[in-house]
Design a protein. Structure first.
Length: 65
């Protein structure tokens, strides 16, 4: 159960990292505008995917009990 919640927290941090990349235009190297927007959007989408998947699995576990 804790692993599923940890997955949701990590998803949140992926989303924060995506916003950071878009805002600062930096990810270990300076990035161009298009690259920072693309990478930031990808990180935000992946974070959202992790959160949705974790919440779905938590809901499945509570429905089985």
């Amino acid at each position: 159960m804790a692993f599923k919640w940890l997955s949701a927290v990590i998803g949140f941090f992926y989303m924060v990292l995506g916003v950071f990349v878009i805002w600062k235009k930096w990810f270990f190297n300076p990035l161009e505008d298009f690259t920072s927007y693309a990478l930031g959007a990808l990180l935000i989408a992946y974070g959202l995917f992790r959160i949705i998947r974790a919440m779905y699995k938590v809901k499945q576990d509570t429905d089985e009990e």
